[in-house]
Design a protein around this ligand. Structure first.
Ligand code: AP5
Ligand code: MG
Length: 208
């Protein structure tokens, strides 16, 4: 099963993908996370891409598309979380033959609340919310025990820019998959468990 999870910043792509990974044993590929790891390691590429991430711009396709293709090479069961984000990126992975695009539909007002309260583990792999999705022990990751922190790009100025980029570039990728009739919209404004039920329903339908 080859899935794309698409949606505005903070719509719950990472949260839904983590659950899909766990329940259906799918490989979770998040370019955002891979790119942040690169920045944290301070590699040559990391130094080049830091400014894009921290200003809320898309990292140039030459870094992202190749990185994603390498991750999924020879594999058949995966989730692309936050990729593609432009028409160019969508066209660049036509050969992967994606089965379904799940679009998390939620208003900008709602996601701003979510991003303000988001916390992630030190590696940035596991996500929580101070009100909506609390860890078992305050400030500590349930999975790896590390301290929970805020993401650098979760500040009002950068969030605004991430939205601008989403409207200007990612909407075109959404329309591309809508035309292909493989995109399903899910109401992502509901609480996490409810959103999961809706996503799970889509997967069950696919397996019929
Ligand atoms: P990326 O890391 O992908 O950021 P994003 O798209 O802005 O999305 P987020 O990760 O912020 O949100 P999410 O949808 O995963 O929501 P989450 O589950 O965490 O990308 C970052 C940057 O990397 C980009 O700006 C760009 O520079 C670069 N990049 C990435 N991909 C790229 C690409 N393809 N091309 C070029 N550059 C790229 O949830 C958010 C919060 O809400 C959490 O606190 C969570 O606990 C909570 N929450 C989740 N679901 C619910 C719910 N149903 N109700 C209430 N709260 C909820
Ligand atoms: Mg994410």
């Amino acid at each position: 099963m080859k899935l794309i999870i698409m949606g505005p910043p903070g719509s719950g792509k990472g949260t839904v993908s983590e659950r899909l990974e766990k329940e259906f044993n799918l490989l979770h590929v998040s370019p955002g996370e891979l790119l942040r790891e690169e920045v944290a390691k301070g590699t040559t590429i990391g130094k080049e891409i830091k400014r894009f991430i921290e200003s809320g711009e898309l990292v140039p396709d030459k870094f992202v598309a190749e990185m994603v293709k390498l991750e999924v090479k020879g594999k058949d069961n995966y989730i692309l979380d936050g990729f593609p984000r432009s028409l160019g990126q969508a066209k660049s992975i036509e050969e992967l033959k994606i089965d379904k695009v799940i679009y998390l539909d939620v208003s900008e007002d709602e996601v701003i609340k979510r991003l303000a309260g988001r916390r992630v583990c030190e590696r940035g792999t596991h996500g929580y919310h101070i009100t909506f999705l609390k860890p078992k022990k305050e400030g500590i990751c349930d999975v790896d025990g590390s301290k929970l922190v805020q993401r650098k790009d979760d500040n009002p100025r950068v969030i605004k820019q991430r939205f601008k980029v989403f409207h200007e570039q990612t909407e075109a990728a959404r329309k591309f998959y809508e035309k292909k009739k493989i995109l399903v919209k899910v109401d992502a404004s509901k609480e996490p468990e409810k959103v999961w039920e809706l996503v799970n329903k889509v997967i069950k339908e696919m397996k019929k």
